[in-house]
Design a protein around this ligand. Sequence first.
Ligand code: PGA
Length: 256
Amino acid sequence: MKNRKPLMAANWKMNLSLGEAEDLFTRIKRAHIDFDTVDVLVAPPFTTLPLASRLLAGTDIHVAGQNMHWETKGAFTGEISPLMLKEVGCSHVILGHSERRRLFSETSEIINRKVDAAIEAGLVPIVCIGETLKEREGGKTFDIIRSQLHESLKMRGQPRNLSQGVILAYEPIWAIGTGKTATPEQAQEAHLFIRRWLRENFDNDLGEAMRIIYGGSVRPENIKDLMSQPDIDGALIGGASLRAESFLSIVRFYEG
Ligand code: PGA
């Protein structure tokens, strides 16, 4: 039995209208979820965040941004600040998603700044890392993970208290939106590597306590096998989080 409480996090990406979002929030809200067993979070598009906060107020469902800028305000056209996310009811923020790294040129240095800014603002960052297919096939998976961990989490200035709540998401890029999930063993191997890195670079307690969730084609059909691995503490779910049935069946992996 793991001591870490599983987290099921929905990453809607750039999907769903306000009407569709309202319907999905309502279905999730009405569902019977055992919140003693699982934490649940939704990361809808920015325009949907106020609706999420309003509809999910008073529930145990957390709301997250999918990205943010590291500054609190200023001349950054098109950006959103940590304080704005807080103001609209977010408790978490996804940072360094591979789509941000690949399509919007976010470097680990940028992500590192964002991690600092999120913690400073009282948001829990969900930091994404993961290798491409080419890197995996070239035997570089662990080198990439190691350098992303180092770059994204390295301490700058004041030592930051990571145990206050940073969540790591291992998302092999070749498994995102492709229908190709990493096998539970491949995912476990990477998660264990990450946990060992945390133990060595921070301390044992932090390594034990930090949740490492898996992302990449998570479906109702594969969630149980993934969750049976000792170092997989939940999932970051893209495509399958856009429908109530599939998302809720992933959330309730603990049933039967
Ligand atoms: P997917 O996306 O579940 O559609 O593969 C996961 C993610 O990008 O977080």
